[in-house]
Design a binder for this molecule. Structure first.
Ligand SMILES: [Zn+2]
Length: 416
């Protein structure tokens, strides 16, 4: 009863604290031609513009536009004869449904219920319980502190006393605050490996794991209580602007973009300037001698993307193997549930982006394979995967994760 009461209080706080109002914000679905795409991309750093998903052939760009900038934006579309339609008339209405969802059963005694989203303090309870209950399998460590001084956790999972003798798979999520479904899927993978270790013994034989399920705890918690659609970290830059896009802040091919702090893709003033990226980078580099696969989990888009992302037509040298392994992930999920993923080079499929974590994992982390996963979208706005469907999504994603593990185990098998 006491537990329920506490949960109810937390729930009430969450509901009341959601402050950002998206009344009047619209989502435009654009279908530019290939030639028009660079013009559209120039809006990425504009205040009041938020790219929700990036277009490509037969796939529309989804862009949220604030009321302040809407008439300029529509003028631009008309002047350049770019086809568009309005996908969401009022973004605020898509957020209402989540706010009234009951959150009272999402966690009891640190045991996660995958039918709900959890707050960051609740996730910390999960980490601590796993470390306490499974000391022979789990090593929990604080790998750094966020801008607002919250702990960022790394979780190692291995059957061996000595970690890292096996090939290592490094999984992170929650780089972008609002991408909650990615965080849940990383937690589910961790949960299955640890709490159902006898069932998944095959995944723990000869493979070691490192998880950083929430790279950006400040941003996540802010999206949980204040602004559901927040993407960046919570670094205060100046009175008009807060936040660095952590997935543009890694060291490899980092680029400065002037006067863009208020945009959602702002890379910061220098590579690894943010405590969150610095912590993940240092942690990842500590495993570089045996890091075989890096997976960065995001939402949304239904994509399996491999490096490099910083330029067109520069592929990682084992790109054919990357494509094949990506297809293994996609096919396993397609056969199991019918969900379709597209697999390919990130610059080809999406757009070029400097300073992303998967490029870093190859260039500095010593990884042989690296992917950015964009899980499927869900809910009225894509980021808002409904809580009653989240369990199915994380189970489905786990089917794909399994394929990655089995491949790495076989590919890097040490000859006895
Ligand atoms: Zn993302």
């Amino acid at each position: 009863m006491k537990q329920l009461l506490i949960s109810f209080i937390i729930y009430s706080v969450v509901v009341l604290a959601v402050a950002k109002d998206y009344n009047g914000y619209k989502v435009y679905d654009l279908s530019p031609t290939k030639e028009q795409i660079p013009f559209v991309m120039e809006w990425e750093f504009q205040t009041g513009i938020d790219f929700w998903s990036y277009g490509r052939a037969n796939k529309a760009f989804r862009i949220m536009v604030s009321p302040e900038i809407e008439s300029n934006f529509v003028n631009f579309l008309d002047k350049n004869e770019i086809n568009y339609s309005i996908g969401i008339e009022n973004v605020e209405t898509t957020l209402k449904s989540d706010k009234i969802t009951k959150r009272s059963l999402r966690l009891v005694n640190g045991i996660p219920n995958f039918n709900y989203y959890w707050s960051y303090p609740e996730m910390e309870e999960i980490f601590n319980r796993l470390a306490t209950d499974y000391p022979n399998l789990v090593k929990l460590e604080v790998i750094g502190k966020s801008y607002l001084n919250q702990s960022i956790y790394g979780v190692r999972v291995s059957k061996n006393q000595e970690f890292g003798l096996n090939p290592i798979i490094f999984i992170d999520a929650g780089t972008h605050a609002r991408e909650w479904a990615g965080i849940q899927s990383a937690f589910y993978f961790l949960h299955q490996l640890v709490e159902n270790s006898t069932i998944h013994n095959d995944l723990l034989d000869n493979v070691d794991y490192v998880f950083v399920p929430v790279v950006n705890p400040d941003g996540f918690q802010y999206s949980f209580t204040e602004d559901r659609l927040w993407r960046k970290n919570r670094h205060y830059v100046n009175y008009t602007c807060t936040g660095i896009d952590l997935n543009r802040n890694y060291r490899y091919m980092w680029r400065y973009v002037a006067n863009s702090c208020s945009g959602n893709g702002y890379p910061g003033v220098s590579a690894l300037s943010e405590p969150e990226t610095a912590a993940v980078a240092k942690y990842m580099e500590s495993f570089k001698n045996n890091l075989r696969l890096y997976l960065s989990t995001h939402t949304y888009g239904g994509l399996v993307l491999w490096p490099f992302g910083f330029a067109m037509d520069i592929y990682i040298k084992n790109h054919k193997e990357h494509q094949k392994l990506g297809e293994k992930f996609a096919n396993a999920i397609s056969v199991a549930t019918g969900t379709e993923y597209e697999v390919g080079n990130s610059a080809d499929i999406l757009y070029t982006a400097y300073g992303a974590s998967d490029d870093f994992a190859i260039a500095y982390g010593g990884a042989d394979f690296a992917y950015t996963l964009e899980l499927p979208g869900g809910g009225p706005n894509g980021f808002d995967y409904p809580q009653d469907m989240i369990h199915d999504l994380v189970k489905e994603t786990f089917i794909g994760y399994r394929e990655f593990s089995l491949f790495i185990k076989e590919r890097f098998k040490t000859v006895q």
